[in-house]
Write a protein that binds this ligand. Sequence first.
Ligand SMILES: C[S@@+](CC[C@H](N)C(=O)[O-])C[C@H]1O[C@@H](n2cnc3c(N)ncnc32)[C@H](O)[C@@H]1O
Length: 281
Amino acid sequence: MAKPGLVCRKLVENPVLVQMKNAAAKHQARICFDASSGQGEAAEFARSLTRELGIPWQLAEAGQAAFVLRVDSAGLALHSTREAQTGPVRVDFAAPAVQRRARDRLRGQFLLRAVGTGSEVLDATAGLGRDAFLLASAGKRVHLLEREPAVFALLADGLRRAALDAELAPVAARMELQHGDFLDWGESRRCDVAYLDPMFPLPQRRARAKKEMAFLQQLVEQRSEAGLLAKALGCARDRVVVKRPPREGWLEETEPAFSHGGRVSRYDVYLPRSKRSSTRR
Ligand SMILES: C[S@@+](CC[C@H](N)C(=O)[O-])C[C@H]1O[C@@H](n2cnc3c(N)ncnc32)[C@H](O)[C@@H]1O
């Protein structure tokens, strides 16, 4: 007869957790790394990174992966196997659009205004690192956290290349990347500003207009945003900034202290209790 303890443990195994684990494994199996691609330092870097992140080098059934990471002469890139006409996505901080935004700062002005004077920013949902790059170009020290292994790999490769470029290297030196889920971030860790740009479902039409966004939407597992704001308020000394589409509701339906924004994005600013009466907009 089975020992009562064992039976109990089996019965109490949380079905939601089991479901989540299965979903995560299925999700991960949609992406693989083409270990035969590239050569030299870039390929070495990608091999050790993907091995560490547990990204499979090939899938049991060929053709099963929706996305393939490949190294080419410009670095690591993510290809869709389903939409061949969509070009690969990579993190390229030298790209004209990224450079223009950092240089003229006009389009990013709202983000910089919302972040304020704090010098240490935690970008808790780093994605392809564009906002983090803008903040680092403005002189902030940015700690980037990214949960999704394939996105993290693209970002790590983008930062590796930036560190080799004389112009980008000083900015890249202010960007520190970490793989992980913000909700698991150490309770005692602090930053001046916590920045959140979680994945919000874009209408297909708008997502298609931005290739990177369309990729991210398919790639990144949609999960609940619950807990992000409370966690951010718990670690930010100065403020929490949340990026939203202009007509989208507040994160977790919580009203911010104030917002900055324009036609493209809105930045909602939340203040920790200790700052609520003294902070300037
Ligand atoms: C909309 S993208 C961010 C885009 C980014 N601001 C940029 O400029 O490229 C959202 C990213 O946040 C990541 N993410 C969402 N929730 C997260 C969490 N709890 N911890 C870490 N990363 C998270 C997703 O994997 C996704 O890559």
